[in-house]
Each structure stands twice: as C-alpha cells, then as structure tokens.
Design a protein around this ligand. Sequence first.
Ligand SMILES: NC(=O)c1ccc[n+]([C@@H]2O[C@H](COP(=O)([O-])OP(=O)(O)OC[C@H]3O[C@@H](n4cnc5c(N)ncnc54)[C@H](O)[C@@H]3O)[C@@H](O)[C@H]2O)c1
Length: 275
Amino acid sequence: MTSYEPTGSGRVLHQPVTARYPELPGKVAVITGAARGMGARFAAGLATRGVDVVAGDINGEAMTATAEELNAANGSLEEKPGRIVASTVDVTKPEEHLALARRAVDEFGRIDFWVNNAGIFPFAEVADISAEQIRATLSVNVEGVLFGAQAAAAHLRPGGAIVNMSSVSAVRVRRGRGAYCSSKAAVAHLTESLAVELGDQGIRVNAIAPGYIDTEMTRWIQDDAPALAKALEAVPLHRIGSPEEVFGVLLFLLSDSARYVTGHSIAVDGGSRHV
Ligand SMILES: NC(=O)c1ccc[n+]([C@@H]2O[C@H](COP(=O)([O-])OP(=O)(O)OC[C@H]3O[C@@H](n4cnc5c(N)ncnc54)[C@H](O)[C@@H]3O)[C@@H](O)[C@H]2O)c1
C-alpha cells in the first residue's frame, strides 16, 4: 500500500524499497556523511540486507548515536543483518580517508563498496558568498570525493563499486547555488574520469544526482511553503523525494545487476532536470 507522510509543506513517500539482491550479504561498504540524512538511510538499508558498513561522519558523536540506533533496530530482523561501525572522518583530509579504509579492513577484512556521500550546501548568491564558504564547498564536495576515491581504489577488488553523490544542481542552475552547483558538476565529471581510470582495476564508478530530498539539507525550503510550492512547480512528480527513494538506486548501482554500468550519473529527481 502506498503511504504518504505529511512533512508540513509537502508529501514524502517513505514506503520502504523492497528490492533484495542475494549477492549482497557478506559484502562491506564504507559510507561518508552517514550520521544523518541519506547517508544514514544508506547505512540502514545496506545493513538490513546483510552488508557490513563502516559509517563515517565529521560529527563523530552523532555518528555513534546513529549507528547504535540502527544496529539496535536491526536486532529483531529475521535475516542476519550487517553491522554498522561508526567512525569519525573529515572528508577534506586524505589521511582520514585512509584511516577509514584501514578501519573497514581491520573490522571486516575487505571493502567492496565506497559511497562518497558527505556534502555541504551553502545558500548564497555569487555576489555574497564568502571565500571561506566557496573553499569549504569545493573542499568537502569535490576534494572529499577525490580523496575518497583514492582510498577506495587502494582497497577495492575487481567487482567493487564507488558511488558519488552529485545533484540535479550539476545540470540545472538555480539562484544562490553557484558554489554548490559547480561542485556537483565537478562530481559528475570526476565520476566519468574515475570510471575510465579505475575500469582497469574492474572497479565501477557511478554517481547519483538527487533533486529535492527530505533531509536536513532541504529543511530551509521545506519550512518555507511558498518557496517549496514554487520549487515543486519544476518537479514533474510535484513532490520532494525520500532518502529511501535514493537508496533504491544506490542498491541497484552496487548490485550485480549494474555490473556493466559505469561512469554515469543517475538522476533521482522526480524528473526536475527536464523542466
Ligand atoms: N538533500 C537533498 O535534497 C540533496 C539533493 C542533491 C544532492 N544531495 C547530496 O547528497 C548528499 C547527502 O545529503 P543529505 O541531504 O543527506 O545531507 P545532510 O546535510 O542531511 O547530511 C550530510 C552529512 O554529511 C556530514 N558532513 C558534512 N561535512 C563533512 C565532512 N567534511 N566530512 C565528513 N562528513 C561531513 C554532515 O555532518 C552530515 O551528517 C550530499 O552530498 C548532498 O550534497 C542532497
């Protein structure tokens, strides 16, 4: 049955994605920016499908609390869930990615998947955005992906997969998002470069390009009813998406069903890139 939950200013479909891939249990994933939002949803969804997860976030305290909560919730599952291990990581620091990778190998003996999910979104017109905000955006959103891919490439084996978080902002310009849009366009391009180079190692690299998704990152627009209504005019499905709906695509990209898919950005945006 389809169930919608009101968010105060729109409707979000939180119904769980039911797809299961029998090849996933026993695999190991690293996810950055997993203390909340989509990263937390990805960790939860993979763990319920038997994938062990090293979940990293710059907010170590929140990451630990999230991992404890998700592991406890998985305790009652019939099928053996994967374990979520919390770790502190600042994705702007290459050495912290290497430590995250080491943690995964120490805990679980291998790494199969790496999800470069951490990102920041400053809302400011080009005339107003500070140099500090610009540098932080490019550092977290672009360098963070590149450093993550370097750490992943050192550990992933043939059949391994990297997924980067881009955005509809990579291809659609909106006011107040110059630094963010350009950073996500860089992620889309970087995904293609990485796919070409890491293809030699049998590693696939893809990106997901979400539109408006129900997380803290979009709280500002969800709490502004007129702004949200205007934004949803440019979304053919006329609603924002849920983290679960992005997870469904992540699941596919990590699965064997996507084994000949590399170098692509898959939009999960209710069609908004066409409007
Ligand atoms: N929410 C959306 O509508 C939307 C749309 C398109 C793309 N995205 C992208 O999806 C990804 C996840 O977004 P979200 O909505 O879940 O965001 P969110 O703000 O809810 O969560 C982001 C997480 O990243 C962490 N983080 C920030 N800087 C970090 C750093 N330097 N090192 C490690 N962790 C760091 C934060 O602490 C937070 O837990 C981001 O890359 C974002 O740009 C989001």
